[in-house]
Design a protein around this ligand. Structure first.
Ligand SMILES: NC(=O)c1ccc[n+]([C@@H]2O[C@H](COP(=O)([O-])OP(=O)(O)OC[C@H]3O[C@@H](n4cnc5c(N)ncnc54)[C@H](OP(=O)(O)O)[C@@H]3O)[C@@H](O)[C@H]2O)c1
Length: 273
């Protein structure tokens, strides 16, 4: 199948590691000119080097901008004024028990997960509509549908991202631009592994045993503390599995899908649709 991604210019926000990195690498494999994004420094250089090694001849650039900073979006857009493909991967998880979440926490988490992606998407969408081709993908989370008590503002923001994606898609009517969202399930990224290992250590349980219980004995107390996993595949997702769905939505193959939310959650969401 022809993805039609070759020769396109793609930006993946927050792509020096995790799902964003896997997406950037796959887009590079498909022949896009890929802009890898992070806050800069060694992480960014290291990510570029890893993709260069995995994809010889990859067309790659790095762009540094802190999206939690006031001037982050402006810095990003000044370095990269137009793209054909945008993947909004940056997130602020703001993990905290709901009782401890302050008004300022709500402001920060909702702002960081929505305002930069909204401004970046609106800017690039205008050019995509002028050129009559483009793809925007939001990387949301299955936690949008099943909030955990220690990540409620994040879940609310991830749900709002679906509204944002749909609102942007409404602006594409009659064009060849598509805006969609992906609900990702628990994925074995650097961040997830760090959090789960910390939780396992906190309970004095080896990581492998903790993960075994996570999927097979969700009622036990150390798993109940982090929210039980309903995954049908009974394992963490790999970043590449989520990237496969994201890159499909970035491709010509998804031309019939617009304003939609697709899932890559291993069946963790309990409903069929
Ligand atoms: N992992 C999961 O289980 C999971 C599940 C569902 C949904 N998701 C969603 O998938 C997306 C990626 O999550 P992830 O776990 O793969 O990665 P992550 O740990 O959330 O993010 C890592 C990336 O974010 C960048 N980053 C962090 N703060 C930044 C800032 N202020 N400005 C710009 N970039 C910043 C980092 O770059 P530098 O450190 O180089 O600056 C790095 O590239 C997120 O939207 C997340 O909500 C993840």
């Amino acid at each position: 199948m022809q993805t039609g991604i070759g020769g396109k210019i793609a930006l993946v926000t927050a792509s020096t590691q995790g799902i964003g990195f896997a997406t950037a690498q796959l887009l590079a494999e498909e022949g896009a000119t890929v802009w890898v994004h992070g806050r800069g420094g060694d992480n960014l250089q290291h990510a570029l080097e890893r993709i260069r090694q995995a994809v010889p001849g990859a067309q790659l650039h790095g762009v540094a901008a802190d999206l939690a900073a006031d001037d982050g979006v402006a810095r990003l857009l000044a370095q990269l004024p137009a793209v054909d493909i945008l993947v909004n991967c940056y997130a602020d998880t703001g993990a905290k028990m709901l009782a401890d979440v302050s008004a300022a926490d709500w402001d920060t988490v909702l702002h960081n997960n929505l305002a930069p992606a909204s401004a970046i998407s609106s800017h690039y969408l205008a050019g995509m509509l002028r050129r009559d081709w483009g793809r925007i993908v939001f990387v949301s989370s299955d936690l949008a549908l099943r909030p955990l008590p220690f990540m409620v503002p994040y879940s609310a923001a991830k749900m709002a991202q679906l509204t944002l994606a749909r609102g942007l898609a409404e602006m594409t009517a009659g064009s060849e631009v598509r805006v969609n969202a992906v609900l990702a399930g628990l994925t074995l990224t650097e961040r997830t592994e760090r959090i789960l290992r910390g939780t396992a250590e906190g309970h004095g349980i080896p990581f492998a045993k903790f993960m075994q219980d996570y999927f097979h004995d969700p009622a036990c107390s150390h798993v109940a503390a982090v929210g039980h996993a309903t995954s049908l595949i009974k394992r963490l997702l790999q970043p590449e599995e989520v990237a496969n769905l994201i890159v499909y939505l970035c491709s010509q193959l998804s031309s019939g899908t617009n304003g939609a939310t697709l899932r890559c959650d291993g069946g963790a969401t309990l409903t069929a649709i």
